[in-house]
Write a protein that binds this ligand. Structure first.
Ligand SMILES: Cc1cc2nc3c(=O)[nH]c(=O)nc-3n(C[C@H](O)[C@H](O)[C@H](O)COP(=O)(O)OP(=O)(O)OC[C@H]3O[C@@H](n4cnc5c(N)ncnc54)[C@H](O)[C@@H]3O)c2cc1C
Length: 426
């Protein structure tokens, strides 16, 4: 039998992960991507001659499917990963470190709190109690803010630990965050394994990793929108701007929820529900170039600021990440750059008296997708055995992250291969 011809719609991490696995299994894979760039939300582009990522992306050591994907794309050297969990936190000019101790989890984190200057003894005890409670409660109901209050967390503890770590991790304010998802993140990153929460990031523009992942595909059709599909007896007809009506043996739809809704037209016929119940949450990055040169950190968290994390991307270049940023995402560039420069230069003593050279902003009104309460995240399977779906927002068990995207893509490929989709009849 000739190699099955499989289409993948969506060239983000989910689509690329599916494409990589299907190619590895001997399929002829054709990728359709709406943009000229690969990587979707995790891509890079040029601003005034500087290549910047579409928002700073970090991963944790527990994101093993993501790191495996990068490795299989031949780009393992592109990734940086800390030797141990080690985070610098600034609050109003005061610097402190959280550094994993040589103890088994969760005591590696509890012990690191001893030297943490932004939280008093009472707060540290509160935090320890909450961590121990989270190790017991698998899927607490309700929102995480309510859970924290029920477990005696004061404003100080929320400000000094829960806000800076959880708001960016789930890209939502604590009140809008599912307690079950928050518990999953804490357990996975902090409670199981001392090394799991080590931070990592790409040392090269993300788009380079994505291009490498697509290298061996049969074709990559950029700037090509898939507008619809039709299930046939022996295949799937894919409608797109360039390949008008091409027929494939199977397809992976690795699209955001709204785009998937448009392509499926009637999702219920495919057994897919609730697509309208996913809400986008904004992420914004403000890029600041200043005249002070290299500062003494690779990345740091800020307390009491709309900027949660700052990454030093080069000498004199800071990338400031604002999660759950719906209040800022429409602010004009000049205004947001000025405001964030004031925030950052006031918070970092090393920047006192420094001058801003230039600034830029990248905006993602649809940074992540969260299911509204009651909505069910769909699995990869649809009622048509030749059609699978993928995306960081689908039912992977992980929040909308790069890890979730890769897991979803691999699962969609696995389902097609396991079903031997190309031999099935409707
Ligand atoms: C600014 C920002 C910062 C982030 N930071 C982090 C982080 O630090 N760590 C982390 O783990 N995650 C982070 N994320 C989330 C992470 O980027 C996503 O979870 C992940 O990249 C999603 O991958 P995906 O393939 O599921 O979806 P997407 O990346 O959204 O890919 C979907 C693709 O489908 C394409 N498409 C849409 N419609 C069509 C169509 N009709 N036909 C063809 N193609 C179509 C789109 O152009 C896109 O390329 C961040 C996201 C943003 C925006």
């Amino acid at each position: 039998m000739a190699a099955p011809r499989v289409a993948v719609a969506g060239g983000g991490l989910a689509g690329l992960a599916a494409a990589l696995d299907l190619t590895g299994a001997g399929c002829e894979v054709h990728l359709f991507e709406r943009s000229r760039l690969l990587g979707g939300r995790a891509t890079s582009f040029e601003i005034d001659g500087h290549t910047v990522d579409n928002g700073q992306h970090v991963y944790l050591a527990c994101c093993t499917e993501f790191t495996d994907f990068v490795e299989r794309a031949g780009m393992a050297d592109a990734l940086y990963l800390q030797d141990r969990f080690d985070v610098t936190v600034y609050s109003h000019g005061v610097r402190s470190e959280l550094r994993a101790a040589n103890l088994p989890a969760p005591w590696h984190l509890v012990a690191s709190m001893a030297a943490y200057r932004h939280l008093g003894l009472r707060g540290k005890l509160q935090l320890t109690r909450a961590l121990l409670a989270l190790s017991r409660e698998k899927a607490p109901p309700g929102n995480f803010a309510a859970w924290l209050r029920r477990h005696g967390q004061s404003d100080e503890t929320i400000r000094a630990f829960w806000d800076p770590f959880m708001v960016p991790a789930l890209n939502a304010p604590l009140e809008a965050m599912s307690a079950a998802e928050a518990a999953f993140v804490i357990r996975t990153a902090f409670l199981r394994d001392r090394d799991a929460a080590r931070f990592g990031y790409s040392k090269v523009p993300l788009a380079q990793i994505m291009e490498a992942a697509a290298r061996d595909l049969a074709s990559v059709r950029r700037a090509t929108v898939v507008s619809g599909i039709a299930s046939l007896d022996g295949g799937v007809r894919v409608r797109s701007a360039d390949a008008q009506d091409d027929v494939f043996d199977a397809i992976v739809l690795a699209l955001p929820p709204r785009a998937l809704q448009r392509v499926l037209l009637e999702p219920a016929r495919f057994g897919v529900a609730d697509l309208e119940k996913f809400e986008a949450s904004a992420i914004m990055d403000v890029h600041l170039w200043h005249d002070r040169g290299r500062l003494d950190f690779d990345f740091c968290a800020l307390l009491d600021s709309p900027v949660q994390w700052i990454f030093q991307k080069g000498d004199g270049y800071l990338c400031c990440s604002l999660s759950a940023a719906s209040a800022h995402v429409s602010t004009p560039t000049e205004e947001i750059v000025g405001a964030m420069w004031r925030e950052v230069s006031a918070a970092l003593p090393e920047l006192r008296g420094a001058q801003l050279v230039r600034g830029a902003a990248t905006r993602n009104p649809e940074g992540t997708y969260n299911a509204r309460p009651g909505a069910v995240r769909p699995t990869a399977r649809t009622l048509d055995p030749r059609v699978t779906i993928a995306g960081s927002w689908t039912a992977t068990g992980w929040p909308d992250t790069m890890e979730s995207a890769v897991r979803s893509g691999r699962e969609a490929a696995r389902v097609l291969l396991e079903r031997n989709a190309w031999k099935t009849k409707r």
